[in-house]
Write a protein that binds this ligand. Structure first.
Ligand SMILES: [Zn+2]
Ligand SMILES: [Zn+2]
Length: 139
């Protein structure tokens, strides 16, 4: 029996497949190596991956692993993504999700500008929290 992570890429059959790619038709996900995964991406997705490789975590300067989807909601498509390392992303989302829930409940039925303003406030609050949190984590 093969252990997970040691299966070969379904595309080239040479390298180890570490990336799972969902099929558009909802079939079982394909397992690809890094190279084949990046080749399989669409133009904008590939540009995003390349940007992420060069980027560093917005809060601690660590290796970027993920980005914040909130930015594109608030600033519209084409905005600069904010990148996070995995450690900061964890903390960020743990903090952000319950707060986001509260804000959304409070804002239900409010005009869009008011909603956007509150979300911006929340983002600013999160930035502040993360700065403090990173300081504590790294000390
Ligand atoms: Zn491959
Ligand atoms: Zn970080």
């Amino acid at each position: 029996m093969q252990t997970p992570g040691q299966e070969l890429c379904e595309e080239c059959g040479e390298k180890r497949g570490n990336y799972y790619v969902c099929r558009p038709d909802g079939g079982p996900s394909r397992k690809l190596c890094k190279e084949c995964y990046e080749t399989s991406l669409s133009g904008p997705e590939r540009a995003f991956m390349q940007a992420m490789r060069k980027a560093s975590c917005r809060f601690c300067g660590g290796t970027a692993m993920t980005s914040d989807s909130m930015t594109s909601i608030l600033e519209g498509p084409g905005s600069e993504p904010r990148f996070f390392c995995s450690s900061c992303a964890n903390e960020y989302h743990q903090r952000m999700l319950p707060r986001l829930g509260e804000v959304e409940t409070k804002l239900d039925g409010m005009p869009l500008e008011v909603q956007m303003e509150s979300l911006s406030d929340l983002m600013a609050e999160m930035d502040l929290h993360m700065k403090r949190w990173v300081q504590q984590r790294d000390n």
